[in-house]
Design a protein around this ligand. Structure first.
Ligand SMILES: NC(=O)C1=CN([C@@H]2O[C@H](COP(=O)(O)OP(=O)(O)OC[C@H]3O[C@@H](n4cnc5c(N)ncnc54)[C@H](O)[C@@H]3O)[C@@H](O)[C@H]2O)C=CC1
Ligand SMILES: O=C(O)/C=C/C=C(\O)C(=O)O
Length: 480
């Protein structure tokens, strides 16, 4: 199936007719073509958005909210089709696409449909000065949303929904590796009655299409999720233009396990936090630190459970681990596994590619557990972004806190303990944007979401996202 750009409510070929191949990773086959849009396509999308802005920014909150809710309803109505498309495009298990990715895309629209009707700005009475100040929160204009391949529709809509709810018009680019559900979203927006030009979707490579969005002089803000290296590049291009930036980048998240935790819940959750979506979630707990007292037991139980995971074709409901997103990414992750030996790492489970019957050319990898003894190894310092975790033991609270923080990333941390005092100490001292205690990836969309250190700049989620997509203007009135 060939994909087109979505500009001004219409589906269009790219101006220069350039396309790139779209792969089905579960079979290692090309199954369609995606536009590789040029600067001229981005300009066309920008003009369409700029034309729509005066009317959309003056549309009542009630009307905007109704349209966003309608988009949410249609996503849920088409859940089966969208989930199948996501699974085929990305390689993720169909069960995950049905239970997590597509419902969350609908929730993103429904959440911001509601949130915009509750969003308010501040006022300050300047007592004794006969003056009152109030803050207007106005939409920025045309904004850019650039998303990655790991949670395609989930993260694309996480940006677009707050951007349009707050009255902006959007030029958006999904990852060129997983463009399909973004393409289908264009059809849904038309069906929901979203006026033309409010959302424009241009497909293509990051270095051409993405770069043209970031460089565009009149695109006022960029909301980006992806790799830290790309985020740093975007910051270098956008900062001298004084664009607003929200950068949600990589992670190397610690999963800290104390002996006093609820062991069975911890074990089941650790399987998910290690290997969900083939480990291709920036929040995965890729560095597992286990208190020495339960280290041997944990290793044995963890290996046993991981061995039960079924690596298989993502279209099968019983598959736990689907295909890696691309051949290049599979090779990158495999290279990390291969350096284990040089780093005195011991592969406790996995480590190999998997040949799935009937899909022999697909990009499959075993879930992999590597025991390490030094947190300074590359396996513990670099984002692998695959089904690979390291395990290491610790003795004291102080030791593991130091290990957890001794990394350039600071996205999330998971802590397993039933000790309240420890919970509070770690919550305060972990250098991350998110701390989960006795759970993982429990998401309340009102909460702030984002990372510290090299995991990003800014926060998404709830009113933070609406603040990002609006410019505050203070009005000061003096009266007699
Ligand atoms: N934090 C996260 O959630 C993610 C982290 N990653 C990490 O990044 C590594 C590289 O993966 P990639 O797919 O190459 O991610 P990437 O960061 O290059 O891609 C993310 C998005 O940015 C776009 N992009 C790339 N270069 C751009 C540029 N110069 N200007 C504007 N947009 C640009 C891409 O087309 C895509 O839409 C992965 O191995 C993984 O470690 C990848 C995806 C998501
Ligand atoms: O907002 C969420 O629930 C999850 C976000 C996950 C990412 O940003 C990621 O994996 O890239």
């Amino acid at each position: 199936m060939n994909i087109k750009n979505y500009i001004n409510g219409k589906f269009e070929d790219p101006i220069h007719g350039a396309y790139i191949d779209n792969y089905n990773p579960s079979r290692g086959e090309i199954y369609g073509q995606t536009p590789n849009s040029s600067k001229e396509d981005v300009e066309k999308a920008y003009k369409s958005a700029a034309k729509a802005f005066p009317s959309w920014s003056n549309t009542t909150l009630d009307e905007r909210s109704k349209i966003l809710s309608k988009i949410a309803d249609l996503i849920l109505e088409k859940l089966e089709v969208l989930a199948a498309a996501e699974s085929k495009d990305n390689g993720k298990p169909i069960s995950l696409a049905k239970q997590i990715d597509i419902p969350r895309a609908a929730s993103n629209f429904q959440f911001f449909a509601n949130a915009i009707t509750q969003f308010s700005s501040e006022s300050h009475e300047s007592v004794g000065l006969n003056a009152v100040n109030f803050t207007l929160r106005q939409p920025l204009g045309v904004v850019g949303c650039i998303s990655p391949w790991n949670l395609p529709l989930y993260l694309f809509t996480w940006k677009i929904a707050p951007a349009i709810a707050s009255g902006n018009c959007v030029v958006a680019k999904p990852s060129e590796i997983t463009p399909m559900t973004a393409y289908l979203l264009g059809e849904i927006c038309n069906e929901a009655g979203l006026p033309k030009g409010i959302l424009n979707i241009v497909h293509g490579l990051g270095t051409s299409t993405g770069q043209a969005i970031v460089e565009h002089p009149n695109i006022k803000a960029i909301s980006f999720t992806g790799g830290t290296k790309t985020g740093a590049h975007i910051a270098r291009v956008a900062a001298p233009m004084f664009k607003k930036l929200s950068l949600e980048l990589g992670g190397k998240n610690p999963n800290i396990i104390f002996a006093d935790c609820d062991y069975d819940k911890m074990l089941a959750t650790t399987i998910r936090s290690s290997f969900a979506n083939q480990g291709q979630i920036c929040l995965c707990g890729s560095r597992i630190f286990v208190e020495e007292k339960i280290y041997e037991k944990f290793k044995n139980d963890f290996i046993k459970k991981v061995a039960e995971l079924k690596v298989g074709n993502p279209s099968e409901e019983t598959t736990n681990i689907g295909a890696m997103v691309s051949k290049e990414h599979l090779e990158k992750v495999k290279r990390y596994i291969d350096i284990a030996e040089q780093e005195n790492g011991k592969i406790l489970f996995g480590g190999n590619k998997v040949e799935v019957r009937g899909s022999e050319n697909g990009y499959y990898l075993q879930p992999t557990i590597i025991e390490v003894s030094d947190n300074n190894c590359r396996l513990n310092q670099e984002e692998i972004f695959g089904p690979v975790v390291t395990v290491m033991s610790f003795k004291t609270d102080e030791e593991v806190l130091q290990l957890a923080n001794d990394v350039k990333y600071g996205l999330s941390a998971t802590l397993w303990t039933n000790n309240l005092s420890r919970t509070m100490q770690f919550s305060k001292q972990l250098q991350t944007g998110i701390v989960w205690v006795n759970t993982w990836m429990l998401r309340d969309l009102r909460t702030t979401f984002g990372g510290a250190k090299e995991s990003g700049v800014g926060r998404e989620g709830g009113f933070e996202a609406l603040r990002f997509f609006t410019e505050p203007k203070n009005i000061c009135i003096e009266y007699e």
